[in-house]
Write a protein that binds this ligand. Sequence first.
Ligand SMILES: NC(=O)c1ccc[n+]([C@@H]2O[C@H](COP(=O)([O-])OP(=O)(O)OC[C@H]3O[C@@H](n4cnc5c(N)ncnc54)[C@H](OP(=O)(O)O)[C@@H]3O)[C@@H](O)[C@H]2O)c1
Length: 235
Amino acid sequence: MILKGKVAIVTGGTTGLGAVVARTLADAGATVVSAARGASDTGDRFPVDVTDRDSVDALVSTVHERHGGLDVLVANAGINHPGPLVTLPPEQWNDVLATNLTGVLNCVRAAAPLLRAAGEGRIVTMSSLLGRRPIAGAGAYSVSKAALETLTRVLAAELAGDGVTVNAVAPGVIDEGMGRDILASDRLWNRLRGSLAAGRSGTGADVARAVLFLAAPESSYINGHVLNVDGGLNF
Ligand SMILES: NC(=O)c1ccc[n+]([C@@H]2O[C@H](COP(=O)([O-])OP(=O)(O)OC[C@H]3O[C@@H](n4cnc5c(N)ncnc54)[C@H](OP(=O)(O)O)[C@@H]3O)[C@@H](O)[C@H]2O)c1
């Protein structure tokens, strides 16, 4: 129970990878609040739109009131609007950046005072292999994740003095959440499978175990790191 007594927020924790992460942190002893736009306030779930700072502030202050503090923020909520950059509707570009990049900063800004007070606060952001290996047709998403990795490193440097670490996990092809679309496409999967050293797609548990490690007190000397969880993908 390496997270016994800890309080965690997982944005986008109601579905896909975030839901597996939330279960994994709870199994490790944490009190977990999963937050997403479609969530109802049920105690272990709370509604939030990460693009809206007031909504994020309400999430963090509610967790503070109910649980007395916050130790772990998993900034996992993310979206993809596929399409070539030159024809992608501007509102879709803005939506991806507002959610995947500014949305993470909104959450960190709101949570930072509580994470600093926690003494060994942990932030884990959710990048993607496309952050460093961008592909045509997923431009807004790739750019957002590349910027997210830089955001993660800057925040790591800025919060380190208060014992808060900020690291990213960068999943590859995962049989959970939006990764299922890739696996459902014979064209994409056949292109990728030969590049997977592991010989298989990843699972939500593969990703969640990496998040758990970075969320735990034991990872205190790892900061500003991007941890690939991609089965040795090499393309
Ligand atoms: N699955 C993969 O293979 C894979 C690979 C690499 C990276 N990732 C990353 O992993 C993260 C989770 O993705 P997933 O695959 O689990 O996708 P998913 O199943 O589509 O889940 C996305 C989650 O984010 C929430 N969300 C979206 N916009 C939000 C907003 N504005 N405010 C609050 N919550 C919001 C969604 O809930 P609501 O719609 O209710 O808000 C949902 O819970 C993303 O950051 C994604 O980029 C996934």
